[in-house]
Write a protein that binds this ligand. Structure first.
Ligand code: UDP
Length: 363
């Protein structure tokens, strides 16, 4: 069987890879070998996803985390090169836009191993974001660009990447939402978890560097959420980076009025998303999950890669500048519905990806 080397390391990549791994397991032509770079390593940022979502055990764990972007990417590059030389895969599969994505793509490109990129073509057009650099460069290096949306496919076309290299498959997170979201909804019948307030609540997640590392933005967001909490409970699964940055900026007091919990496992997160009145986030994945579960979303960023949901009215972009505006927008979103749109494919992106890889790389 031909080997495909999957490179993952951060929370959203575990969720995407869970969907695609299920399709690999059903394939008689391809064998998946998984490398975990170690970028996210806490039990609740990593292990729980492998357990809950049935992701096969990684064959390699490089345990590389922390340090600057350059340090992390450089260390990954070096180690991934040796893994690739050992495994001799027919292709390398990378996901999304993290340092693990770029290090994997670069290591493979230098060894002349074809790269397939899941979630290719997304653009924020903000080159100050580390994610944007990771995406643009990984796309440039990829032999197969697996795009989630029309917009992503068009973005690539504009950069001169088109033809047989680009395959629009839909969004693997939609696959995951259909599979796991259904299970969660069944299990949840008649249950409420201890952190889920009965009745209305706002679910919030904040972790993007452009928000956590700029104290004025961090303050505006958390003051805004504190204002919201006077009207509706705000449940906040707190990302370790954000916790650290709040402490550094001396803003921990702003957490007081919020229901702060540890990062959640995927199933718990989905259960909260499904019952939230509004989701306020700077996450890419969470914006879409709000839509999958028909919950209005307020995105606390200057721009988004998932523009379809803003156009359809499910999502509002609120640059995190002013606390009052943030609070007004979040509370104003309660009950809002968007247009009936189907931007993320048919829920079979994972099967299409594995079929495409088999077509090109199975011997
Ligand atoms: N997520 C989770 N627990 C949490 C917060 C997020 O399982 O406490 C999931 C969420 O449901 C989504 C994914 O993590 O599937 C999004 O990842 P993240 O926000 O870290 O990254 P991004 O999507 O912004 O790249």
């Amino acid at each position: 069987m031909s080997r495909i080397l999957t490179i993952i390391g951060a929370r959203p990549q575990f969720i995407k890879a869970a969907a695609v791994s299920r399709a690999f397991q059903a394939s008689s032509e391809l064998e998946e070998v998984i490398v975990h770079t170690g970028q996210h390593f806490d039990a609740n940022m990593s292990d729980i996803f492998f357990e809950e979502m049935g992701i096969p055990r990684p064959s390699y764990n490089l345990e590389i985390s922390g340090g600057s972007h350059g340090q992390m990417t450089g260390r990954m590059l070096e180690r991934l090169e040796s893994v690739m030389q050992e495994v001799q895969p027919s292709a390398v599969l990378v996901y999304g836009d993290t340092n693990s994505t770029l290090a994997g793509a670069l290591a493979a490109a230098k060894l002349n191993i074809p790269i397939a990129h899941v979630e290719a073509g997304l653009r924020s057009f903000n080159r100050a974001m580390p994610e944007e650099i990771n995406r643009v460069l990984s796309d440039q290096l990829s032999a197969v660009l697996l795009t989630p949306t029309d917009t992503a496919t068009k973005n690539l076309e504009r950069e001169g990447i088109s033809g047989a290299r680009v395959v629009q498959v839909g969004d693997v997170m939609y696959d995951a939402a259909l599979f796991f979201g259904g299970k969660v909804a069944e299990q949840k019948e008649g249950q409420t978890s201890p952190e889920t307030p009965e009745g209305q609540f706002v679910l919030a997640t904040i972790h993007r560097q452009e928000n956590t590392d700029v104290p004025e933005r961090l303050r505006a967001i958390f003051e805004g959420l504190a204002i919201v909490a006077r009207t509706l409970p705000v449940v906040l699964p707190l990302h370790p980076r954000t916790r650290g940055r709040l402490a550094l900026a001396g803003l921990e007091d702003l957490l007081e009025p919020l229901t702060v919990v540890d990062p959640m496992g995927y199933l718990d997160m989905v259960a909260h998303e499904q019952s939230a009145s509004v989701i306020a986030t700077d996450s890419g994945g969470v914006q879409k999950e709000a839509f999958f579960y028909s919950v209005p979303c307020v995105t606390l960023r200057d721009e988004t890669e998932w523009v379809e949901l803003v156009e359809a009215g499910w999502n509002t972009l609120v640059p995190p500048i002013d606390a009052e505006t943030i609070a007004r927008e979040i509370l104003g979103a309660v009950g809002r519905k968007g247009a009936d749109v189907i931007p993320y494919g048919a829920g079979n992106a994972s099967e299409l990806i594995v079929a495409e890889l088999a077509k090109r790389f199975a011997q």
